[in-house]
Design a protein around this ligand. Structure first.
Ligand SMILES: Cc1cc2nc3c(=O)[nH]c(=O)nc-3n(C[C@H](O)[C@H](O)[C@H](O)COP(=O)(O)O)c2cc1C
Ligand code: SF4
Length: 470
């Protein structure tokens, strides 16, 4: 194994390893502070981060507002307070070593207000801002305002080209690095573009090389590229390290740091990671953000899959093959299905999936009564955690704060489920009923001898292992 040298990143010499941001509350002040203390860059998630009471317990985010807009304001206040809390903790733990970065999701509700509030309240504590999902053109302006480095997360050279030409060229000196996140392998949301096939993963090397070639045309020869997605340890990336074609390179980890002593996820989640098999992590399209995402195929994902499969197209008038009348809802409003679909619907009804819910694509899905009640309740209780939500049709844009589309019951409330899985430690079932984001490499926990006998390393031990290999 080659020896790993520090690289210049964000104005400091650091180890070329980064803990990626993980919302909500999965990478936090504790995990990122320890990571930075080990010499790399630690990223806490500033997406609805936790703040603590005097005993150190997370303060539950309870919403009193009567409208979605009122609750959205409460959510922003929670997020700012939480981000400042995590930044303080990370900074204290790092004690001047490594770098502390804050991660936001551009598509999160009030993203700009939240990060501005956090940066104002945590002056001097955060050394970098990372941001993915969507096209965060405004990231460079925010970084300039607070004079910190910024790290856009992209999944293609094309995306970086657009960001650079429109905005980032005006803040070249603060561009700390560009994160290339492999859209087929990384955990969390994935930046697959319309032309990319989720079933046909592409080799990251030519894609990262294309990014470097493009960056060179902008004079960014020495700006690190941070490779994220599918990195287990550096021994497997020796061809990438000190490779003159690629230039300065660092590596970002999201999945491996889930399994450390300091990681805030529950014991049940950690145990589940140790038993995953290849193929258990599934690229799905259910997220209310509209992005693909990678998660463990658990009870939560299976229910969404089944809900999406129990789906038929309808017409409001008898037309073409839609000739079979079917009554929807308590008033049995007539719609018209293909006769074969009506037979399938009767089969679902016999199995207990009696409730037909309309989707924005002129289809119906079928769920049982309990699920229908839960879907409606989650939509009604929305607190506007995204800028636009496919599930509830919330939009943060005035005047009507709606996407203008029908709410989509094929999706789910990501805020509710991510809060539940990270905070519900007492109930081991919470990892079956909630979204469990994960990278596709997670099956390697089971076979990597490092984790033999259920060993769970500290962050420091993990960092050493990543650097030295076997
Ligand atoms: C549980 C989990 C949550 C994540 N949440 C976010 C997030 O909120 N924002 C983000 O930019 N990336 C997120 N990621 C992606 C990671 O920061 C990282 O880039 C990615 O996991 C790297 O790939 P790996 O999973 O193969 O290590 C998440 C990843 C995981 C596993
Ligand atoms: S319904 Fe959508 S916008 Fe509302 S809280 Fe849930 S995920 Fe966020």
């Amino acid at each position: 194994m080659k020896s790993i040298n520090a690289i210049r990143m964000g104005g400091a010499d650091v180890l070329p390893i980064v803990e990626g941001g993980k919302g909500v509350a999965v990478s936090n002040g504790l995990s990122s502070g320890h990571w930075a203390a080990s010499g790399g860059a630690g990223t806490f998630s500033a997406v609805n981060a936790d703040s603590f009471d005097e005993t150190g317990k997370p303060i539950p985010q309870v919403y009193d507002g009567r409208t979605r807009r009122e609750r959205h304001e409460e959510l922003i206040a929670y997020a700012i307070r939480g981000g400042i809390t995590q930044a303080r903790q990370a900074y204290e733990l790092a004690a001047g070593r490594g770098r502390i970065h804050a991660n936001i999701l551009w598509e999160m509700g009030g993203a700009e207000r939240v990060i501005t509030g956090v940066m104002e309240g945590a002056k001097g504590l955060i050394q970098g801002l990372t941001c993915g999902a969507g096209m965060p053109y405004r990231l460079s302006d925010i970084a300039q305002k607070f004079n910190v480095y910024y790290y856009p997360i992209v999944s293609s050279a094309r995306a970086f080209n657009a960001l650079w030409k429109r905005a980032y060229h005006k803040a070249a000196n603060l561009l700390g690095g560009v994160v290339y996140e492999d859209p087929w392998l990384a955990g969390g949301h994935n930046g697959l573009s319309n032309g990319e096939d989720p079933h046909k993963p592409e080799d990251p090397f030519p894609r990262v090389l294309a990014l470097r070639k493009l960056m060179r045309t902008f004079g960014l020869d020495q700006t690190p590229i941070i490779m994220a997605g599918g990195v287990w340890w550096l021994e497997e990336w020796e061809d990438w390290i000190d490779n003159p074609d690629l230039g300065p390179i660092a590596f970002q980890f999201g999945t491996r740091p889930l399994l450390t002593q300091e990681s805030p996820i529950s014991r049940a989640w950690k145990q589940r990671l140790l038993s995953l098999k290849e193929g258990d992590v599934f690229l799905n399209h259910f997220s209310p953000t509209g992005f693909y995402s990678s998660a463990v195929n658990n009870g939560f994902i299976e229910e969404l899959r089944a809900r999406n499969e129990r789906q038929v197209a309808y017409a409001l008038e008898p037309v073409g093959e839609h000739t079979a009348e079917y009554g929807v809802g308590p008033r049995k409003r007539p719609v018209y299905l293909a006769p074969g679909d009506l037979t399938r619907v009767h089969g679902w009804e016999d199995a207990g999936y009696t409730e037909a819910l309309r989707t924005p694509d002129t289809t119906l899905i079928f769920v049982d009564r309990e699920k229908a009640t839960e879907i409606t309740r989650d939509q009604v209780e929305c607190m506007g955690c995204l800028s636009h939500c496919r599930f509830s049709n919330w939009s943060q844009e005035p005047p009507d704060y709606s996407t203008g589309k029908k709410a989509d019951p094929r999706s789910f409330c990501i805020q509710k489920t991510l809060q539940d899985i990270v905070h519900e430690h007492a109930d081991p079932e919470s990892i079956e009923r909630n979204l469990m984001f994960s990278g596709h490499n997670a099956y390697r926990f089971a076979s990597d001898p490092f984790y033999g006998n259920g060993f769970i390393p500290t962050v420091k031990q993990l960092v050493e292992r990543i650097l030295t290999g076997r």
